[in-house]
Design a protein around this ligand. Structure first.
Ligand SMILES: Cc1ncc(COP(=O)(O)O)c(C=O)c1O
Length: 436
C-alpha cells in the first residue's frame, strides 16, 4: 500500500491545516519503543511531545502491554452502570491511594474532554442538590484549554480555533491568566496577577458553582508555566467564598511536574480532580473525575428529590483501559518514575537556561519535564517555530509549536543520552530557524 497517497485520500487529521499538510513529507508511524517512534521507512523519531502529552512511561512498556493483553483475554468490556467489575474496583482503590487527601471517589469517562464535561455537570448539580441552583456558573482562566466538546470549548474559548462556532458557544467568565512570559515581575514574583482572581471571584461568588484551572501550566495556551503558589492561594480563596475548585490535571498529572500531581506541588486538595492522558500511560483512552466522599454523598437521593447523577459513557471504566491504568501505577511505584524523571528534568532545565541566552529567544521556562521558550516577533515568532517543527522532523525529533512558543515535553523515562540528543537537535533547529 502507498500509505501517503491513501492517507491523503481518506484521513481527516485533527488540528491540521490540509493545504500545508499536503505539502510536507509527514511521518507515517508504524511502531514505537521507549522514547522513539519508527516510521514505515524505518526512520526513527525522538518523541519530544510524549505523543500529545500522554506517554509519560514511553512507548511499548512490557508490563503495561502484558496487562492489556491479559485483560483483553479475560474481559474486554462490562458495564459499570448498576454493576461492577474487578479491574475498575482495583483501579479505583489505587487512584484513591495516590491522589491527595481524601479524594476517594472515582467516576470514569472516556477521554479528557468527556471527563471535564462530567465534572462540570457534577458541580452544577451539586449546588442544585443543595437547593442553591443560583450557583450555576463556571469560572475559568483566559487562554484555558479543557477539551474540544461544546461545553469544554466554552471554558477556554480561543479565537484561532473557535471563531466559526463562537455564536453557539456558551462562554464562561474568565480570570486573566498568569502569563509569566509577559510579566515584568516574573523573576521576583509576588503574585500580583492573583488580584484579578480575588476581585472576580469575590464579585461573583454567589452565582459561581466552581472555578476550573489547569494547575501550574496552561498547556494549549502555550505551555504557560506559572507558580504553584497561585494554585495554593486559589484553593484558600475558593474555600473562603464557598466556590468549588476543579483541577484539570489531564496534562500535568502523573509525574509531569516532578510530583505525582500538580496538587501535591501546591500542597492542596481540590474538590474535584480530573485526570486523563497518562492515566493509562497513553495506551488507551480513559479519564476520571476524583472527588471526596462528602461531595459524592450529596448525590444520594432523599425523599422527594432524585439526586442521581444521570450521566455516563459506554466505555466508562472499561476493563482493558482500567488494566492499563493499574499497570501504569504499578510501574510508577516499582520503577520509581518520579525519581527517574529528575534526570530528564534537570537536563531540560539547564538546556533551556542555555537557550535563553540566544538572541531572538524572548524567555524560557521549565518545571519538571515541561519546558517552553518563546521566539520574539522580530526573530520570526510563529513562523520560526513552524519552520523549526518541520526541520526537527527531518532531524528525527517530534515537536509541535504553539504560535511563537516551542517546547519539549519528553517522556519521564527519557534517559541522559536520549535527553541530550533531543536538546541537541532542538538547539540546532533553533539556530537554523531564528532570524537575527
Ligand atoms: C489540560 C487539558 N484538559 C483537557 C484536555 C482534553 O483531553 P482530550 O484530548 O483527551 O479530550 C487536554 C488535551 O490536550 C488538556 O491538555
Amino acid at each position: 500500500m502507498n500509505f501517503r497517497e491513501t492517507d491523503l485520500l481518506h484521513l481527516w487529521h485533527p488540528y491540521t491545516d490540509t493545504n500545508k499538510f499536503e505539502q510536507i513529507d509527514f511521518p507515517i508511524i508504524q511502531s514505537a519503543s521507549g522514547v522513539r517512534l519508527k516510521d514505515s521507512n524505518g526512520k526513527e523519531y525522538l518523541d519530544g511531545i510524549s505523543s500529545w502529552w500522554c506517554v509519560n512511561l514511553g512507548h511499548s512498556h512490557k508490563h503495561v502491554v502484558n496487562s492489556i493483553v491479559q485483560q483483553s483475554v479475560s474481559l474486554q468490556h462490562s458495564i459499570t452502570g448498576g454493576m461492577s467489575h474487578t479491574a475498575v474496583i482495583e483501579l479505583s482503590e489505587k487512584l484513591s491511594q495516590v491522589t491527595p487527601g481524601d479524594l476517594n471517589r472515582v467516576y470514569y469517562a472516556s477521554d479528557g474532554a468527556s471527563g471535564i464535561e462530567a465534572a462540570l455537570r457534577m458541580v452544577i448539580q451539586y449546588w442544585w442538590n443543595l437547593g442553591q441552583s443560583e450557583k450555576k456558573n463556571i469560572i475559568s482562566l483566559s487562554g484555558a484549554y479543557h477539551g474540544d466538546t461544546m461545553g469544554t470549548v466554552g471554558l477556554g474559548f480561543l479565537p484561532k480555533f473557535h471563531k466559526p462556532i463562537e455564536h453557539v458557544v456558551n462562554r464562561s467568565l474568565q480570570i486573566p491568566a498568569p502569563i509569566c512570559f509577559h510579566c515584568a515581575d516574573s523573576e521576583n514574583c509576588t503574585l500580583q496577577c492573583f488580584k484579578d482572581a480575588e476581585q472576580i471571584l469575590t464579585k461573583h461568588s454567589k452565582t459561581t458553582a466552581a472555578v476550573i484551572i489547569e494547575p501550574v501550566c496552561q498547556g494549549a495556551a502555550g505551555i504557560r508555566i506559572y507558580p504553584p503558589e497561585y494554585v495554593t492561594k486559589l484553593r484558600k480563596l475558593c474555600t473562603e467564598l464557598d466556590i468549588l475548585l476543579i483541577l484539570d490535571e489531564i496534562a500535568v498529572g502523573f509525574g509531569r511536574t516532578g510530583k505525582m500531581f500538580a496538587s501535591d506541588l501546591a500542597e492542596i486538595q481540590p474538590d474535584l480532580m480530573v485526570v486523563g492522558k497518562s492515566l493509562t500511560a497513553g495506551y488507551l483512552p480513559m479519564s476520571a473525575v476524583i472527588t471526596t466522599e462528602e461531595f459524592f454523598d450529596s448525590f444520594r437521593s432523599i425523599p422527594g428529590q432524585d439526586r442521581t447523577f444521570y450521566h455516563g459513557h459506554t466505555f466508562s471504566g472499561n476493563p482493558i483501559a482500567a488494566a492499563a491504568a493499574i499497570a501504569a501505577l504499578e510501574v510508577f511505584e516499582k520503577e520509581n518514575i518520579i525519581e527517574q524523571s529528575k534526570i530528564p528534568a534537570n537536563l531540560l532545565k539547564s538546556g533551556f537556561e542555555a537557550f535563553s541566552e540566544k538572541p531572538g529567544v524572548h524567555k524560557t521556562k521549565t518545571l519538571g519535564c515541561m519546558s517552553s521558550l518563546e521566539i520574539s516577533e522580530q526573530a520570526g515568532g510563529a513562523k520560526a517555530t513552524e519552520k523549526m517543527a518541520i526541520l526537527a522532523l527531518k532531524e528525527g525529533l517530534i515537536i509541535r509549536p504553539l504560535g511563537p512558543i516551542v517546547y519539549l515535553w519528553p517522556p519521564l523515562v527519557t534517559n541522559k543520552s536520549e535527553m541530550k540528543e533531543m536538546l541537541s537537535i532542538f538547539d540546532y533547529c533553533l539556530d537554523c530557524c531564528i532570524s537575527v
